[in-house]
Ligand binder design. Structure first.
Ligand SMILES: [Zn+2]
Ligand SMILES: [Zn+2]
Length: 121
């Protein structure tokens, strides 16, 4: 089956993935870079992580949202009430209220802890 890569939009052949093999590899490399940097600098902020690893801030936030990475100073926020949460898209309270929202669905883009304005995707 042929489809367009979710990230680079190249056509590739896949049994079902959304991202082409080179983007998958890049995502793994990016993840390793950020993880390694956080090991040495556990309190690194999102801007520092981005500057030092070259990984886009959105991707770093995505790793944190997925619970794969933790930084002492980078927090993600509930997309509904904006309460700080350790990982994921919504706090427990909002998840309970919005049980019909499919898991992983993006409502708004996350607000980075740098105070950047939230953007609509
Ligand atoms: Zn790709
Ligand atoms: Zn909430």
């Amino acid at each position: 089956m042929l489809r367009n890569c979710h990230k680079c939009y190249q056509v590739f052949s896949t049994p079902g993935g959304e991202v082409c093999p080179s983007c998958q590899q890049k995502a793994r490399d990016d993840f390793e870079l950020v993880r390694a940097y956080l090991q040495g600098q556990p309190a690194a902020g999102i801007e520092e992580l981005h500057r030092e690893t070259g990984v886009p801030t959105e991707d770093i936030l995505e790793f944190i949202r997925q619970g794969r990475l933790k930084s002492q100073s980078v927090q993600v926020h509930c997309q509904i009430c904006r309460a700080p949460i350790p990982a994921g898209l919504a706090c427990d309270e909002c998840r309970k209220r919005l049980r019909r929202v499919p898991a992983g669905e993006r409502v708004y883009s996350m607000e980075p802890s740098t105070g950047e304005k939230p953007r609509k995707l």
